[in-house]
Design a binder for this molecule. Structure first.
Ligand SMILES: [Zn+2]
Length: 425
């Protein structure tokens, strides 16, 4: 097995363990006029993942430029389809985070070192920052102007830009240093992770904390969640790989807490080495990672084997139902679905359409396989559907309770997690 250069530690120790072949950008939905246009060329890249023997970082071997998925419109506004605040679960989740940051890192922060400045990188529509009581002290940085505008309308100061060392230097000069820099589901998207860390170092004051929350590699491996791998996710973090990355920048992990959102995430707290005591659970999680094998190549090779087996199983299951003349459609158009459809070659000959409640996606086609996306009402009125394949298994409960009329008339849902099967009511 050939090694490539690890983008976290620069050593020639990156070992590719899974290759999905050519993939489209997972959220680049295709317009009808593009499908009809014979010269339309959809952007694709080779999606493959490697593990670093030296620093344990798991990463995409080929990355996709930001402008392929943060797409500017005719007048130059950048758009990102997903508005965070549409989810009540996430609203509550971030309210919890804000309260914790206020109590632990801002509350006792009085006198000469008084600093309540909180900066969120990738602040989306302000879902997290709006949970902080002191709105004057929060600042969002968000490259997608359509969601940033929503945050600004809510009164949350938001800069439309990518975070970088240069921007951090400017902000530190103009607005002062921050006590906390936060990111949620953003750090894993950052290509130049060292420039980002230099920026964090510039922006934080001497007692500053850097808090990240991203899908946890341990959960992905445990669940066989290969559909969490896609273009925007450059990195797949374990605590061990973050410890090595932070160490290079003079930072250390002071706390880590597993979260249930997004199929299993980890909230990781870091500061400059020696600033805060380290919570005992950091060591415990690091030890668990050694035991589970997150620090060795072998479990990743096993993950690749299981993924291929599950692909074949799903293809066979759907082919079997089609041979019985069953009508199958998809439910929920999401990045996860794009990966599964393309990896398993599931196209409009298998799924007649995909029902999705996001108006902006209706009327478009899925990336790569070009399955038409329709409103859920179309699905509800279509009494010929026998099976609905779930594109977002993490929302299975919510979807199934919403669509119990379908289940009551004998319709069944299919999921590919943890392995492909028909969900029996
Ligand atoms: Zn490395």
């Amino acid at each position: 097995m050939a090694s490539e250069t690890c983008k976290a530690c620069d050593k020639p120790s990156l070992r590719k363990f899974i290759d999905f072949g050519q993939m489209p950008v997972a959220n680049a939905y295709v317009r009808e006029e593009d499908i009809r246009n014979p010269s339309f060329e959809e952007y694709t890249y080779n999606m493959a993942v490697g593990f670093c023997d030296v620093c344990n970082m798991v990463q995409l071997t080929e990355t996709v430029p930001y402008d392929k998925y943060i797409i500017p419109d005719q007048i130059g506004n950048t758009k990102y389809a997903f508005f965070s605040s549409q989810s009540d679960v996430m609203k509550r989740h971030f309210a919890g985070l804000a309260e914790e940051v206020e109590n632990k890192f801002l509350a006792g922060n009085v006198g000469r070192s008084y600093n309540r400045r909180v900066v969120e990188v990738g602040s989306n529509d302000g879902i997290m920052l709006q949970a902080f009581r002191d709105r004057e002290s929060v600042l969002g940085i968000e490259p997608s102007s359509n969601v940033a505008r929503v945050a600004q309308e809510k009164g949350i100061e938001t800069i439309v830009d990518f975070f970088s060392q240069n921007l951090a230097e400017e902000l530190a000069d103009e607005k002062g240093k921050a006590r906390a820099v936060l990111t949620a589901n953003v750090f894993l998207n950052i290509y130049d992770i060292h420039d980002f860390m230099n920026g964090v170092n510039e922006l934080l004051d001497d007692k500053g904390v850097f808090i990240t929350e991203d899908p946890y590699l341990g959960s992905i491996l445990e669940q066989g969640g290969y559909d969490q791998i896609y273009d925007e996710h450059v990195w797949y973090f374990s605590l061990s790989s973050l410890k090595n990355l932070y160490g290079r920048h003079g930072f250390e992990i002071i706390d880590a807490k597993p979260q249930t959102v997004h199929g299993g995430s980890m909230r990781v707290y870091a500061s400059r080495s020696g600033t805060y005591p380290q919570m005992p659970r950091v060591k415990e999680i690091l030890e668990q990672e050694e035991e589970k094998g997150l620090t060795a190549l072998n479990p990743f090779l096993q993950f690749a084997e299981t993924t291929k087996k599950n692909r074949d199983k799903l293809i066979n299951l759907l082919a079997e139902l089609k041979s019985q003349n069953k009508k199958i459609v998809g439910y929920a158009a999401a990045s996860k679905g794009t990966i599964v459809h393309n990896f398993c070659s599931i196209g409009p000959d298998t799924l007649d359409y995909i029902a999705d409640s996001t108006p902006a996606k209706q009327g478009l086609y899925t990336p790569g396989m070009h399955i038409p996306i329709v409103a859920p009402e179309v699905f509800r009125q279509d009494k010929d559907v026998d099976y609905a394949f779930l594109g977002a298994w993490n929302h299975a409960k919510e979807i199934m309770s919403k669509e119990n009329a379908f289940i009551n008339r004998g319709g069944k849902f299919i999921t590919h997690m943890p392995e492909p099967h028909i969900i029996e009511p």
